[in-house]
Design a protein around this ligand. Structure first.
Ligand SMILES: *[C@@H]1O[C@H](CO)[C@@H](O)[C@H](O)[C@H]1NC(C)=O
Ligand SMILES: *[C@@H]1O[C@H](CO)[C@@H](O)[C@H](O)[C@H]1NC(C)=O
Length: 392
């Protein structure tokens, strides 16, 4: 580890928070206090055409103009109980349809242009990860979040036109992340500690790998490897054909929650311990670490104009940090409220939701300096209140 460079932001170190945000929010539900805990989802956005599609903390799906933040349409999920209405996963968007996984356990299909609800398919348990579209199928995982509901989970392949499941694959524990599809194989992790490879055609299991802890993160498939981190604070790389372990990285001290980003043979793995680890995808060796010193990285980073944009959740000091490809800190925009969503990038704009019920867009200049482009306040009568100071 001696040659590994450790980068930090220009904020001074602060004591690490003992509780992980997620452990807190989701475990409140797990210990059965769901009566008092209203779920407030955090969804990443998906840009398609001129619009950004994103779930709000109020349990809506929102379509806004990606350049201006002007409203195209918004729909509240038609969930019966307010306490079940939330969106955690990123919507999947095709040419005509927006697919949204509801925490109430239903998969929803909305008309992309006018927001009309086309169909709704109730599944078992709750949906925490977003749907994945492949060909004419929507792949989505579900499962219980409360021990009183049992501990099962399932992966569904839903036919887009009939909205019936073509097949269902049962797992031993809930699925909290989006499936990844590659070359006719669906890869998904479960809280039962397993990662599964399942045939897209008929849902037959091809292999499974048992890791040292629950797998809540999405799986990156690249260079013949399936790469993911678990709640055992270990990052794993498996042979995508056989499921055999190729390498593991044990250097983190916190859960991996977000899907790693893999680019040009480098794995960028964000951890709830507050660090972004850059790892050689071939060898599993650590190249550099970006340490937020007290924050947590809950969502996945994106690349933008050759730089990395990283969401840092750190209470009132939460920020979007911009890094050089070699990990050195360039600039940051202080958001002030926790950013738990994975980032979405398009051109030189990045999009995210924050826990103060805002959806934000930052324009990243060539030197890495971020500029707030627009903000949409999802719980206000006027989503664009005048006189709201810019964050950066
Ligand atoms: C947006 O949705 C499309 C369709 O499912 C998907 O291919 C794309 O990867 C999504 N975008 C992101 C950033 O996940
Ligand atoms: C990282 O890259 C930038 C731009 O190429 C360079 O200025 C900087 O010195 C590099 N930092 C390290 C520690 O290598």
């Amino acid at each position: 580890m001696s040659e590994v460079t450790r980068f930090v932001t220009e904020w001074g170190p602060r004591p690490r928070r003992v509780c992980y945000i997620l452990a807190l929010c989701l475990c409140i539900v797990l210990v059965g206090c769901s009566r008092i805990a209203t779920p407030q989802g955090w969804s990443a956005g998906n840009v398609s055409g001129d619009n950004l599609f994103i779930g709000t903390m109020e349990g809506e799906i929102l379509a806004v103009q990606k350049e201006t933040g002007d409203l195209t349409w918004r729909r509240q999920l038609p969930t019966l109980e307010d306490s079940d209405r939330a969106v955690y996963g990123r919507p999947a968007v095709t040419d005509s349809t927006v697919f949204v996984g509801g925490y109430d356990g239903s998969l929803y299909a909305y008309d992309k242009n006018d927001g009309d609800l086309m169909w709704q398919e109730p599944l078992s348990g709750r949906i925490v990860g977003g749907p994945t579209v492949y060909g004419d199928h929507v792949l989505v995982g579900s499962g219980s979040v409360s021990s009183s509901d049992g501990s099962n989970g399932a992966l569904y392949a839903i036919d887009m036109t009939t909205n019936d499941p073509d097949w269902t694959y049962q797992t031993d524990g809930p699925i909290w992340s989006s499936p990844t599809v590659h070359d006719g194989v669906v890869y998904v992790g479960s809280l039962d500690h397993n990662v599964y490879a399942v045939s897209l055609e008929d849902g037959a299991e091809m292999w499974r790998f048992t890791s040292g802890g629950a797998v809540g993160s999405g799986l990156a498939v690249a260079g013949g490897l399936v790469i993911f981190g678990g709640f055992d604070s270990t990052l794993y790389a498996l042979n995508m054909k056989t499921g055999d372990l190729v390498w593991r990285f044990d250097g983190a001290s916190g859960w991996y929650w977000a899907k790693p980003l893999v680019l040009d043979d480098v794995v960028y793995a964000p951890s709830l311990d507050g660090a972004l680890y850059a790892i050689d995808a071939t060898t599993g060796d650590l190249t550099w670490v970006f340490d937020t010193e007290g924050g947590q990285i809950v969502g996945s980073p994106v690349t933008i104009n050759g730089m990395l944009a990283v969401p840092v959740a750190d209470g009132g000091d939460s920020r979007i940090a911009l890094l050089e490809p070699n990990g050195s800190f360039l600039a940051a925009c202080r958001i002030g409220e926790d950013v738990r969503t994975s980032l979405e990038g398009d051109g030189d704009l990045i999009y995210f939701g924050a826990t103060d019920s805002t959806i934000g867009a930052l324009r990243i200049k060539g030197n890495g300096n971020p500029d707030e482009e627009w903000v949409f306040v999802t719980n206000a009568d006027d989503p664009h209140p005048s006189g709201r100071p810019k964050k950066c």
